[in-house]
Design a protein around this ligand. Structure first.
Ligand code: PEP
Ligand code: MN
Length: 360
């Protein structure tokens, strides 16, 4: 389904700009820290000021947030800078306190979205609110859990509803803290095309120097906004130090991003083209990852053959693979000639890998 975002729902009703920018520290640490960062973000593109008050930590003993006192600091942010405020809520008590202190945007963290019980508790507590509520994707790449959480909130009559893509936990070693799995975000947009989707490059990358790149991909994939952790002294932040940027760096990122305009026909064409190209980039990355995985399996076969002193090339097995893949390719609209050429190249690389192991 094309996702032209012609209906930006509450984003348009509230006359919010594109992209929506949510920035501020991972955690509220002290009143001074919260206010200092807010003042530095005051005259930038930032629309909502974020700060975690209650921090879900993997292990006890890490900084677990300042608690309700931080809500007073956020109120001060609003009074002194005019910035709207945002914080994470994870249970009914959090919701009640956040609403009492007039927080403008409440987000539900990845560790809460995984639990239908928590999501239902939050939906009940938030029932009928006119505050913005954003649901982060669950820690694990499970689209149904994410959609289910959104549906619970929708059923509770929350009108200003949206989602945050913050990547997914994986046991594999990757360059990301949480792998983006962009195809899941694309699928999410196809399922809920009118639901605003914000990208969180900070938690996806875990590293500040990768934030620009991920943000650009997100904008090319039609995301509606960005949530970027920002701190005046990132290295000494009490949580997520490696991924926070300074307010100055944030301004530079926003300046460098190619931001799509959605006004005239030309822009519409470019937007569609960028979107399709971004989808191609995602698929190409998957192809390379998959080929890399295939070669690793080849290496294991090489090691096994070495043990048994078996030859690398086994013609019968190879012909069987080719025959199967030509048929499979045909069913996907790929020519026999292309499948043959591609598999010859893959096979050659595979033989090279195994040879290397046998000779080692
Ligand atoms: C956060 O935004 O600081 C946070 C804890 O994020 P997540 O729920 O995505 O881990
Ligand atoms: Mn964080």
């Amino acid at each position: 389904m094309e996702n032209s975002k012609e209906m930006r729902t509450w984003l348009d009703d509230m006359a919010l700009p594109h992209p929506l920018v949510i920035a501020g520290p991972c955690s509220a640490e002290t009143e001074e820290q919260v206010l200092k960062i807010a003042h530095e973000l005051k005259d930038t593109d930032v629309n909502y000021y974020r700060a975690g008050i209650w921090k879900p930590r993997t292990r006890p003993g890490n900084f677990e947030g300042v608690g309700a006192i931080g809500l007073k600091w956020l109120q001060k942010v609003k009074e002194e800078t005019g910035l709207k405020t945002a914080t994470e809520v994870a249970n009914k008590a959090h919701v009640d306190l956040a609403l009492e202190h007039d927080v403008d945007l409440l987000w539900i963290g990845a560790r809460s979205t995984v639990s239908p019980f928590i999501m239902q508790e939050l939906a009940d507590a938030l029932e009928g609110t006119d505050k913005i509520v954003l649901v982060k994707n669950p820690v694990n790449p499970d689209l149904s859990l994410w959609l289910g959480g959104i549906e619970r909130l929708h059923t509770a009559g929350i009108k200003r509803l949206g989602a945050i893509h913050r990547g997914f936990s994986t046991y594999q070693k990757t360059k990301y803290r949480n792998i983006p799995e962009w195809q899941l975000a694309i699928e999410f947009q196809n399922r809920f095309p009118d639901l605003p989707l914000i990208n969180d490059p900070s938690h996806i990358t875990g590293k500040r120097d990768m934030i620009f790149d991920v943000s650009q991909t997100a904008l090319d994939l039609n995301f509606d906004g960005l949530m970027i952790e920002t701190h005046y002294d990132p290295d000494n932040a009490w949580s997520d130090a490696a991924q926070q940027v300074t307010p100055k760096a944030l301004v530079q990122i926003m300046e460098d991003l190619r931001i799509r305009k959605e006004t005239d026909e030309e822009a519409e064409y470019n937007a569609k083209l960028n979107n399709l190209r971004a989808q191609i980039d995602v698929i190409d990355n998957q192809l390379i990852t998959t080929l890399g995985e295939r070669m690793k399996v080849s290496d294991s076969i090489g090691a096994l053959k070495k043990q048994k002193n078996v030859a690398v090339l086994q013609t019968n097995r190879w012909n069987a693979i080719l025959g199967k893949m030509i048929l499979e390719g045909e069913s996907k609209g790929l020519s026999e000639e292309f499948v043959l050429r591609m598999f010859k190249a893959i096979h050659q690389e595979s033989i090279n890998h195994q040879e290397k192991i046998l000779k080692a």
